[in-house]
Design a protein around this ligand. Structure first.
Ligand SMILES: [Cu+2]
Length: 133
């Protein structure tokens, strides 16, 4: 006598797909245990090339995946030292800077002025990026 009802047969057919999903889910849940970093997001609003006081220092932990979302009322270019990143923001165009905070330390981001003949010079500090080990 056949004890397998048609309904069960359908469920069995779907099982490998469920198993794959469960495996994917288990892997996702296992990841944070391996990578210590957190997702960190900061909204940074530049006015006349400056940030409000409470946005002038960004504190994260080494290994964090950091997102800086910039807005600005004027075109601006910055240089983030240590990570050596050039960041450009235009008015009306929010710009996201993704940083894998792998280098511990305290780094300044400074307004950037291109120098003729190569190199660059700075036109003032925008923020400090602090990465704690
Ligand atoms: Cu610089």
């Amino acid at each position: 006598m056949n004890r397998v009802a048609p309904m069960h047969a359908d469920t069995n057919k779907a099982a490998p797909r469920w198993r794959r999903l469960l495996l994917a889910l288990a892997m996702c849940m296992a990841l944070p245990a391996v990578a210590v970093g957190e997702q960190r997001h900061f909204d940074l609003d530049l006015k006349a090339g400056q940030l409000p006081k409470d946005q002038q220092t960004i504190k994260v932990k080494q290994g964090d995946a950091v997102e800086l979302k910039w807005t600005s009322d004027q075109p601006i270019r910055m240089h983030l030292h240590g990570y050596d990143m050039m960041i450009a923001v235009k008015p009306g165009e929010p710009t996201v800077t993704a940083i894998n905070a792998r280098i511990p330390g305290r780094f300044s981001a400074e307004k950037l002025q291109e120098k003729s003949g190569g190199g660059h010079q700075h036109g003032g500090k925008i923020l400090y990026f602090e990465v704690y080990p």
